[in-house]
Design a protein around this ligand. Sequence first.
Ligand SMILES: [Ca+2]
Length: 335
Amino acid sequence: MKIRNLPWPIFTLLVASATAVRMEAGTFAEVNWALTGTASQSSDLDTEHIASLAIDGNTDGDWSHGSVTHTANTDDPPVWEVDLGQTNLIGEVRVWFRTDCCQSRNDDFTLYVLDANHAKVLSRKYPGRPPGNVAYNFAPAVVGRYVRIEGQTPRTTSDGYLALAEVQVFNPFQIESIRITQGPTNVAAIANATATFGPVIADAPGVAPGKLTFQWRKNGEDIPGAIGASYTTPPLSPADNGAQYTIQAMLPGVSASATATLTVTAAPPVLTIQHTGNTIQISWPVSATGFVLQSTESLSSPAWAQPAESVSIQGDQNTVTITDPDNTRFYRLKL
Ligand SMILES: [Ca+2]
């Protein structure tokens, strides 16, 4: 009996699935879970600018338009939170700030997603001052019930108030695809310089451009704040040699990535020349292994060759001493 009954349920499932795919192609139903949630904040400035104004469906950040929350500045950190009412798959959180004033209050804010037991399952700290709104896509989607925004702690630039225009919590996309059409290329740089990867180009057919976000990673770890189409490193050290930089292009619940490699070579050594009477001392760091001193008497028709004088080590320097030079000479280090 079981075998005979099987084809019907399977057939039904296939039809339902195919129908769902056709319906969702290009007309994906986006749900903002926050709109049906319950908001709270660590304190209220007054009875008007209450926590629920950040889930009223209005992203307008102008204080005078009446859709912005406001805590007192008594909390460290100030906290705003929405209870989605049940555990959901979260594909994107987008935070909208007050826009008419006081941007320093948004500095270094942290986004948390918490599970049904109020345990933190995800955190994203924004380094520095964010723009008017910040979107975080998660791929894979994050499972959580609460979404929390915390203000800067300890206070350095903020005066301790927290004001939010809106916090949106979206479901993950189901079928949309994303591809990176121009990925980052490998970069070679010298120590103490910076390196730039990108800009990359990603393509998500049928999806509004604003939905696409980027996150750069170094050796698999997210780089905080590196969310642009290109990324410039801080000054490099030799330890960065061989590091893998990955761009993750993300939609809610969907991502694609591409990786490039950084090659860092030590900064070229510098020749130091000291003139004392008829003696010239040329030195360069012992650490510059592989470099050989060469000289020539002419730059217009150079004949670079190792000088006859021997190299001695003084401290951390290779040194060549020339006494009574009889003509002009040029020196260089050759790798
Ligand atoms: Ca609002």
